[in-house]
Design a protein around this ligand. Structure first.
Ligand code: FAD
Length: 512
């Protein structure tokens, strides 16, 4: 079909490619800050089939800040303790309680919710904000960057070509990202020598519909498992050899047997089946000028450990406030560079090694069988349970090498206990009168600068439980950014140091 040119040239502050969980999270994060966006999605509607099922505590905190966590919790199943149920032995082979991180997050556990339901909740949320337009059946084609904008070209389902100017373009367009391909970049890393198959089934009877989960069974060819993602709805998972063609892998001949082994005998309805390669790969960089990548477009990880979608949504939340500040006169270069530095290293040294280790473990049935008792024993230790809980909850992310992270490393670059993720906050810990005056003067100056978010002040006394969680000391002053990370921290800072550091940590342009 021949392309037609649409006459209208429109403008938007931020153009997002892809209405997957990451693109919609970015739109929600921008809307929280009063910034408009347009999302282009080539599909005609949200995908009704789901890949991800597990939503981590950190992601729930982010969703909470958009006012969407309540609905997610209502729709999904929140487990405060994960009992890995060994079907062959009819008992839990591993118990992982999140009680140890209950003082660190309002969501000490893991939410099982289908990705498609999560996407629908995000979509409804961004549309209700009135600040986001989602254009389904619109495919991004190309862009050209000028000194002050990005000119984006896309086509609709009638092949009508439109050109629109945006201040920023963000590719949240998945593993085969067209935005990244225009950079000539591939995702570097490894592909595992097996594939994962998924099958969603509906099991009508109340007994099998409410069995404990996750359920696993070790077979000679690998691990098979089942997770309940909605009442009576189960996801059956297993591995397939890479030599098989997709058709061979998707032949569901052995499905009745598998369902019977994992859930018990009885009727079931097959809803969907898919087979996926698994990778651990990352782009060399997430930024080129005014164009950025987030989510699977920037990094892809194995589903083991359930962190791919979560880390992509955390990319989006990290980027949202930075784009908002850049659009409102902030130091664009430092804000966007910091996004690349922070989220590239979070994926490269956090998510990818963890999910790769988890996959190697899950893909070797003998190793898995041998290691399970040792792991179960290790998890009796409170310390190890806490470490494992923080890892699964994705609470331990730390930004070391970032041009926006300043001051005392003990606090700066870590997620801040007690942060609201709604605004920037200066936390002050039992400070002297003089420091208090400096803080008040600095924040009222910032108020006059009309930041996208006002900077609020929070005093923490020694009796406050947060004192311990921060491992605070008297006269500690710390700036918590809108994404809940500590951007700057110092003990007994001078007035001049405070003024400069808070501005730099928030990416505000500072006269040299
Ligand atoms: C089997 C499996 C299980 C998984 N389980 C988990 C889990 O439990 N927890 C977890 O955190 N992660 C999990 N993941 C990973 C998770 O599914 C992905 O990380 C997540 O979907 C990435 O979201 P995204 O928005 O970046 O990309 P996608 O979900 O791929 O969305 C990209 C969107 O961009 C659109 N698009 C692409 N090109 C264009 C274009 N040119 N123009 C317009 N639109 C375009 C696509 O249509 C799509 O809607 C799993 C993955 C697999 C394969």
């Amino acid at each position: 079909m021949q392309e037609q040119l649409s006459g209208s040239i429109e403008k938007t502050p931020v153009m997002i490619v892809g209405a997957g969980p990451v693109g919609l999270t970015l739109a929600a994060s921008l809307a929280k800050q009063g910034i408009r966006s347009i999302v282009l999605e080539k599909k005609t509607k949200i995908d009704e089939h789901s890949r991800a099922l597990a939503v981590a505590a950190r992601t729930l905190e982010i969703l909470h800040s958009y006012g969407l966590a309540g609905e997610c919790m209502k729709e999904g199943t929140f487990l405060r303790q994960i009992d890995l149920h060994d079907v062959s032995r009819g008992k839990a082979a591993l118990r992982m309680s999140f009680a140890e991180i209950a003082s660190e997050t309002a969501y000490p556990g893991m939410l099982f919710l289908s990705q498609s339901r999560l996407e629908s909740i995000l979509l409804d949320g961004v549309l209700a904000s009135g600040l986001c337009e989602v254009r389904f059946a619109h495919q991004f084609v190309s862009y050209e960057e000028t000194s002050s904008s990005v000119v984006v070209t896309f086509i609709d389902s009638h092949n009508v070509k439109t050109t629109m100017t945006a201040s920023f373009l963000v590719g949240c367009d998945g593993a085969h990202s067209s935005v990244r391909q225009l950079w000539g970049q591939v995702l570097e890393g490894i592909t595992f020598p097996v594939r994962v198959f998924l099958c969603d089934v509906k099991v009508p009877d109340p007994f099998r519909g409410t069995l404990p989960f996750p359920r696993v069974q070790l077979t000679r060819s690998g691990l098979v498992g089942a997770i309940r993602y909605e009442p009576f709805h189960w996801r059956i998972m297993g591995t397939r050899p890479v030599e098989e063609t997709e058709e061979e892998a998707l032949i569901s001949d052995n499905l009745p047997d598998l369902v019977a082994r994992l859930l018990g005998p009885g009727p079931f309805e097959q809803l969907w089946m898919g087979v996926f390669s698994i990778h651990s790969r990352i782009a060399a960089g997430f930024r080129r000028g005014r164009v950025l990548l987030a989510g699977d477009a920037a990094h892809i990880s194995s589903p083991a450990g359930g962190q791919g979608m979560n880390s992509g949504m955390q990319d989006a939340d990290n980027l949202g406030w930075k784009l908002a500040f850049a659009l409102q006169g902030g130091d664009m270069e430092r804000l966007l560079d910091s996004y690349n530095q922070e989220r590239h290293s979070a994926a490269l040294s956090g998510v990818l090694p963890f999910t790769t280790r988890a996959s190697r473990f899950a893909l070797r049935p003998r190793l898995f069988r041998m290691a399970l008792p040792a792991l179960a024993l290790a998890l009796r230790s409170r310390k190890l349970r806490r470490a494992a809980g923080r890892r699964l909850a994705m609470l331990g992310t730390r930004y070391n090498k970032s041009c926006l992270i300043l001051g005392e490393k003990k606090w700066a670059g870590r997620s801040a206990p007690g942060a609201t993720l709604l605004t920037s906050t200066v936390f002050i810990f039992d400070v002297s009168e003089k420091i208090l005056q400096n803080v008040e003067q600095t924040t009222s100056e910032l108020d006059r600068e009309r930041l996208p978010f006002p900077v609020t002040v929070r005093r923490i006394e020694k009796t406050d439980p947060l004192w311990r969680r921060w491992q605070a000391r008297p006269n500690l002053v710390a700036l918590v950014r809108p994404d809940g990370f500590t951007g700057w921290a110092a003990l007994a800072p001078s007035a001049a140091e405070m003024r400069l550091a808070i501005r730099r940590a928030l990416g505000i342009l500072v006269a040299q």
